[in-house]
Design a protein. Structure first.
Length: 114
């Protein structure tokens, strides 16, 4: 029976090492605060984009309509990303007087991450 228990131990050890490797990979792939604010293919949201989103949303436009306005202004976003950005701006921008102050805060956060 010692052969079987040695085999079991090797199998258990390999499984433990595999779980450990997967955990390390997950840790490395965790998004940073600033990357959550961005769409990787389109780059970070610019102040001009946020101003358009806030103005259009305040006027009662839907995310699809806001996407069309952004496209006319030269920015490419999807309705889903606009909707997520609206939620993000609502939640994160509560403590700031202006959108410019909020963007300054984001730049400071990004500088700390890098």
């Amino acid at each position: 029976m010692p052969v079987r228990s040695a085999t079991r131990e090797r199998v258990r050890e390999r499984a433990r090492l595999k779980r450990e490797r997967e955990r390390k990979i997950k840790e490395e792939l965790k998004p940073s605060f600033f990357s959550l604010c961005n769409r990787p293919k389109s780059g970070p949201y610019r102040l001009e984009e946020d101003k358009i989103i806030v103005a259009e949303f305040g006027a009662g436009s839907t995310p699809g309509e806001i996407t069309k306005v952004l496209k006319e202004a030269g920015f490419q976003r999807t309705p889903l990303s606009v909707n997520m950005r609206i939620k993000f701006l609502k939640k994160s921008g509560e403590g700031f007087d202006t959108i410019e102050a909020f963007h300054e805060h984001l730049r400071e956060k990004a500088a700390k991450v890098v």
